[in-house]
Design a protein around this ligand. Structure first.
Ligand code: HEM
Length: 409
């Protein structure tokens, strides 16, 4: 069953992950935190965990695993072989010691200093998108800005030079690649398998090409990643592919969500926006608060490798656990008056970027990108305003995506 198909409507409990919660899931999270903070959702086959401290504890507990098992062959002729390579060789779906090794190698290329050097490129990419939109006096902020920006930045970071058509193709490939994800391959329609297989081939081709080009640019992030070694150990071909694809996938929709939901929050809180205009050094704190408030990745999963307890509940070895980050980010025991947007709140990174060993590698990039995007946007389009009262959400229960966001200036 796809994680996005989950519908939980157990007696007496608010339904989770159904269409009616797309617009505002937070009232349901609040009710669960209060009445049933760790409950077994039988339709989903997983424990749903909604309190901040429980979520944080599981993320820091090595007895909960990130590994996903795919019951499928890794045969070279299997149409989904690229997907299996991705799942089996990815940082995010591994446990120590594999994770420790991969994370060391990836972190060598993706340091805060190397990400800091990308700032001018990010500014240029933001300005190019705004140059295109500015004379029109209006845009769909999602289609014209929040969706293309992260993928353009990532493609550039990885040394891929793409025209707009190729960017569109790369985005489609990322979306289609994940079609079989979390599903039994036997339940896939033929055309879904074919789309996912084509997407896998397209991504493998794009990564190969980028690696070839990177050989001429030894200072690029991809060259550093390909060459990163520790005691003679390097990323294998599959691991390199999995890492690049993980960057592309983990680093784009989350940011699209942060930028579009973040813009709505900023435009609906003119007082906070005024403070940011008066003192732009507040942007880093504002981005951290926006991450908490909109939590782009609503939940992540783990499985128990031994019997243990979460809160007052006994969890058995093999049980699946869904950690609702978005709920943890609004837990009043950690964030007083949690639904209030307040850029003067605490300065720590919220749990929206995870905790423990899998803590988001791309956090510094996400921060720089969001700061640059918002500060340039409000400088260049000072009269920008929402052109709709109603915010429409895409049908995606995990990444909270605004479908379209008309704005004028
Ligand atoms: C608003 C933006 C972002 C959000 C909300 C976000 C969220 C997260 C979360 C919650 C995790 C932990 C997953 C887990 O524990 O299972 C994670 C891990 C990860 N993120 Fe991000 N992310 C963002 C941006 C990025 C960007 C821009 C990149 C890339 C280049 C990136 C790359 C990764 C990678 C590689 C991991 C896996 C780390 C590991 O398993 O050790 N993320 N992210």
């Amino acid at each position: 069953m796809a994680i996005t198909d989950w519908v939980v409507s157990a007696m007496g409990r608010p339904a989770l992950f159904d269409d009616t919660m797309l617009e505002d899931p937070y009232a349901r999270y609040a009710l669960l935190r209060e009445t049933d903070p760790v409950y077994y959702a039988s339709q989903v086959g997983a424990w749903i965990v909604t309190r901040h401290d429980d979520v944080e504890r599981v993320l820091k507990d090595p007895s909960f695993s990130s590994v996903i098992t795919f019951e499928a062959s890794a045969a070279t002729r299997d149409p989904l072989r690229h997907l299996y390579a991705f799942v089996h060789s990815s940082l995010v779906f591994s446990d120590p010691p594999d994770h420790t090794r991969l994370r060391h190698l990836v972190s060598r290329a993706f340091t805060p200093a190397s990400v800091g050097r990308l700032r001018p490129w990010i500014e240029q990419t933001v300005d190019e998108l705004l140059d295109g939109a500015e004379p029109r006096g209006r845009m769909d902020f999602v289609a014209d800005f929040a969706a293309p920006l992260p993928l353009r930045v990532l493609a550039g970071v990885l040394g891929m030079t793409l025209d707009p058509v190729e960017q569109r193709r790369l985005k489609d490939a990322c979306d289609n690649f994940l079609l079989p994800f979390g599903r039994d391959p036997a339940t896939l329609a033929d055309d879904e398998t074919a789309r996912a297989a084509r997407a896998g081939d397209a991504l493998a081709g794009a990564v190969r090409e980028a690696l070839d080009q990177a050989q001429d640019r030894p200072e690029s992030l991809l060259s550093t990643l390909a060459g990163a070694s520790e005691d003679g150990d390097r990323l294998s071909r599959d691991e390199l592919f999995a890492t690049v694809v993980l960057f592309l996938i983990a680093g784009h929709e989350n940011l699209t969500s942060l930028l579009s939901n973040g813009l709505v929050a900023l435009l609906r809180h003119p007082g906070q926006l005024r403070s940011l205009r008066d003192d732009p050094t507040l942007w880093p704190a504002a981005v951290r608060e926006l991450l908490r408030l909109v939590a782009p990745n609503q939940f992540i999963r783990r499985s128990a490798t031994m019997d243990s307890r979460i809160g007052d509940v006994n969890v058995r070895k093999g049980d699946a656990v869904v950690l609702v980050l978005a709920s943890a980010c609004r837990d009043p025991s950690v964030y007083p008056d949690p639904d209030r947007f307040d850029i003067n709140r605490e300065r720590e990174w919220p749990i929206a970027l995870g905790r423990g060993i899998h803590y988001c590698v791309g956090g510094p990039l996400a921060q720089i990108e969001a700061e640059t995007a918002f500060s340039r946007l409000f400088t260049r389009l000072p009269t920008i305003r929402l052109d709709t009262e109603h915010i429409e959400y895409a049908k995606n229960f995990n990444v909270r995506l605004v479908a379209r966001l008309p704005v004028t200036w």
